[in-house]
Design a protein around this ligand. Structure first.
Ligand SMILES: [Zn+2]
Length: 325
């Protein structure tokens, strides 16, 4: 993936191209914005572009039949074999610690120290060294502190790209040493094109586009839940429990799924509001409750409990609104 392959993020991409063209790259960048809008992809494409041999302010584009193959540097990065480019996430830490990737809830100091050492080793022929830190809000405090020195006295031609949808949870000292770059929710056409690229059937894409709030990951989570149709919930007394039970066991998978369910419920309510379905005022109350539940989810409430409460709330509303007067 190159920056030019990235859809719907023209503004941050323009900033990154300028950094690449001038080679005035700050030692720390902070990519922030909603989940599932391309921050991590952009970070990796940018890091790749720093060492691309094409001479352009971008990485080599995704190969299509008939086009030239990517340069040796980009090809190595695409295979995750570039010794100068670290993609630091749960899988990376899991491999270091010889543990399950799903178990890596935080980014630990040992991992940060490992990356710092990697960035300090001299690279060949003036190549850049880059570390992309995904979900940087999961850095522990001592992990973040271990990174501070690297940000303050960076070896030449090194860059840390921190990626997060929760920038406020990063240590202020780390935040203040990084140049921020914001990514917005994607326009619907961009989400549609990306879903098509990923091979999602058009009928599924059409079903979730309006409810995904410009996030590809949320669209995919919604599409994976064909049974989650809020219109069916009021008539199914067991829905709160079956839906809660259907969430994955792993917290980091359960949370986006729960968030997608809340989003879907809210979307359905908004469509029903004012129609023959429900009156406006009570719907507004329930929408406010759903918003509160989404906040609770972000503050680490149990996704199962959140889903259960949300569906119960929808059922109460339907019971009142649809009972014969
Ligand atoms: Zn290249």
């Amino acid at each position: 993936m190159s920056l030019s392959d990235l859809l719907g993020q023209d503004r941050p991409v323009a900033v990154l191209r300028r950094l690449l063209a001038t080679r005035k790259v700050p030692p720390g960048l902070l990519f922030h914005g909603p989940e599932g809008v391309g921050k991590r992809t952009a970070a990796y494409a940018f890091a790749k572009a720093l060492n691309c041999l094409s001479g352009k302010p971008d990485a080599c584009p995704d190969p299509v039949p008939g086009s030239p193959a990517p340069c040796a540097s980009c090809a190595a990065a695409d295979r995750r074999m570039d010794p100068d480019l670290e993609l630091v996430d749960g899988a990376y830490q899991g491999a270091l610690r010889e543990e399950d990737a799903a178990k890596q809830k935080t980014l630990r100091i040992d991992t940060v120290r490992h990356v710092v050492r990697k960035l300090e080793t001299r690279s060949l022929e003036g190549r850049w060294k880059a570390a992309v830190l995904d979900d940087a809000h999961r850095l522990t405090e001592d992990g973040a502190n271990a990174m501070l020195k690297a940000l303050e006295e960076p070896p030449a031609r090194t860059v840390w790209v921190l990626v997060t949808h929760r920038p406020s949870e990063l240590l202020a000292t780390v935040r203040s040493r990084c140049q921020p770059l914001s990514f917005a929710a994607l326009p619907q056409e961009a989400v549609a094109s990306i879903l098509e690229r990923r091979g999602l059937p058009a009928v599924d894409a059409a079903r979730v586009l309006g409810e995904c709030s410009g996030s590809v990951s949320r669209a995919l989570a919604l599409a994976a839940d064909p049974g989650a149709d809020p219109a069916a919930w009021p008539g199914d007394p067991l829905a709160p429990f079956t839906l809660a039970e259907s969430l994955p066991r792993e917290l980091h998978l359960a949370r986006p799924r729960a968030e997608a369910l809340l989003e879907r419920a809210a979307g359905w309510l908004r469509r029903e509001r004012g129609t023959a379905g429900f009156a406006s005022a009570p719907v507004r109350f329930v929408l406010r409750d759903l918003k509160g539940l989404r906040g609770a989810l972000r503050r680490n409430a149990d996704p199962r409990l959140v889903v259960e409460l949300a569906v119960l709330r929808l059922q109460e509303l339907a019971a009142v609104e649809r009972s014969p007067a």
